[in-house]
Design a protein. Sequence first.
Length: 188
Amino acid sequence: MTKTIAIPPLTDELAGVLIDAETIDRRVTVLADQINRDYAGITEPLILVGVLKGSFIFLSDLCRKLTIPHVIDFISVSSYGAGTNTSGNVRLLMDTRENQEGHHVLIVEDILDSGYTLDYLDRNFKTRGTKSVKNCVLLDKPTRHVVNVDIAYLGFEVPDVWVVGYGLDVGEKYRTLPYIAEYRSQEA
Ligand code: PRP
């Protein structure tokens, strides 16, 4: 039986699909395979730390493709507030629940923009007695980097446009689109 998946249509606010759902799924599988290989044989579960809110869909798909022992945790930080430009002043809004001491940590992010968030998180987790701290980033906007961040596992590079869907939002809209789309501001 053919499975029919309803794809939400583009609206006037969305300029077009940048990365479709099948392409995302294939890439997430590749990333999970790499992670399974790299962490094969670990003695303590890998702690996946999803950065709220944007990473929640990526993390959900990624972790279900992992075959290594792992646990899920979340952290919430903010550098944007309600605006669209990062302040560079990253604030910890909600900390993790797991103790990372003696564990490998993999920070899971939806997007790397200025790099302030991942730079902060990387330095923060390295102070927690972790065995290692790496990151897995779905989208990277290389032209926007302000601070240098090494990406361990990368999904896609994207141009400097406003991207929504698959966890990413504009004013909390479009997070649950199954694809990544370009948002077109309605402001003149
Ligand atoms: C976004 C995104 C990353 C961060 C990346 O979070 O999810 O966490 O910004 O930007 P940076 O590299 O410039 O630091 P946002 O503050 O929009 O929150 P959200 O994930 O809850 O939408």
